[in-house]
Structures are given as C-alpha cells and as structure tokens.
Design a protein around this ligand. Structure first.
Ligand code: ZN
Length: 165
C-alpha cells in the first residue's frame, strides 16, 4: 500500500495496528485522538490521448526503460475529473485536448489508486511537448496498440475492445 503513516498526522503519536471497522488498520492510541489511517484508494485520472490518428503513450520519470502508459495525474481540490484529465494532458504533453468519452474506472491495487480513464482527442495542428514529469513518449497506431493487464492497461484493453465492435 502506498504512503502509510508511521506517526499520527494530528498529534504525532506513533500509530498502532488495531482492529477498526472490520480490518487491521493504523490507529492513533492517544487519549482524545480518534485518528484512523483508513488507507482509502486515491482517485487518479488517466487519458488515452488520440492525436493525428495515433494513441500517445508516455513514460514517467524513473519508470523502467520499456514501460509506457497512459498520461495520469491527481485531481486538484474542487476540480471535476474531466477538467482534471484535460489539465494533465495540457501539463504533461502541452496539448489542448477535448473529452471524447469515459473508458472506465479501474482499481490499481499495487498503488492503492482508483483510476478513471477517458478517451480524449488533441488537435492535429498542435505538437507534443513533454513536461519534466515525463521521460519519453511514443505515438502508436491503434491497430498496433497492445494492452497490458495492470493499471491504465485495462483502459487500453477496453478501448481497443470497443473500437473493434
Ligand atoms: Zn493522534
């Protein structure tokens, strides 16, 4: 699980493993403090970016050499998921995309995230410019695009499946 707390974020007491609401969780034992680290999955938005008839995959900083995925990011407070996904595409690829449709929502248990993925389309006239968060990108012909069975790969799988209908 990602980023577990060691100390209570409210009162700095070391957390203890205790039973809470049916599971063992990190709970603050300090009198008067009721903090429980619920460890709920963090919502993430992801974009399958269509640009010039191809799908853009990107590699994040520090990812293994051959690993590419969809552009993803966290939502800002008060932001709708659609606005968030378009902002991420703008920040990471410098493209002003528009939402075509929601592909699906997927549990990414390895990172304790819940990823909502959209199909978005970017104008052909714009060029991809990578942000510092990304190390590399590639544009793949949808007919050659292969899904992977984890994280945003599940959205690629479902998008390809819907496309073949
Ligand atoms: Zn506490």
């Amino acid at each position: 699980m990602a980023a577990a707390f060691v100390y209570c974020p409210r009162c700095a007491t070391p957390l203890q493993e205790r039973e809470a609401a049916g599971r063992t969780r990190a709970v603050c034992p300090a009198p008067g403090c009721s903090f429980v680290h619920w460890g709920n999955p963090l919502p993430v938005v992801g974009a399958l970016v269509e640009h010039r008839g191809k799908v853009i995959l990107a590699r994040g900083r520090g990812w293994p050499e051959k690993f590419f995925g969809l552009v993803t990011g966290f939502l800002e407070a008060g932001e709708t998921p659609e606005a968030g996904v378009l902002r991420e595409v703008k920040e990471e690829l410098s493209l002003d995309a528009e939402v075509v449709g929601l592909i699906g929502v997927y549990a990414f248990e390895l990172r304790n995230e819940l990823i909502a993925c959209w199909h978005v389309r970017a104008p052909d006239a714009q060029e991809v410019k990578l942000s510092d968060e990304l190390e590399a990108w590639k544009a793949i012909d949808p007919d050659k695009l292969r899904a992977w069975e984890m994280g945003t790969g599940l959205a690629v799988r479902d998008w390809l499946k819907a496309r073949r209908r």
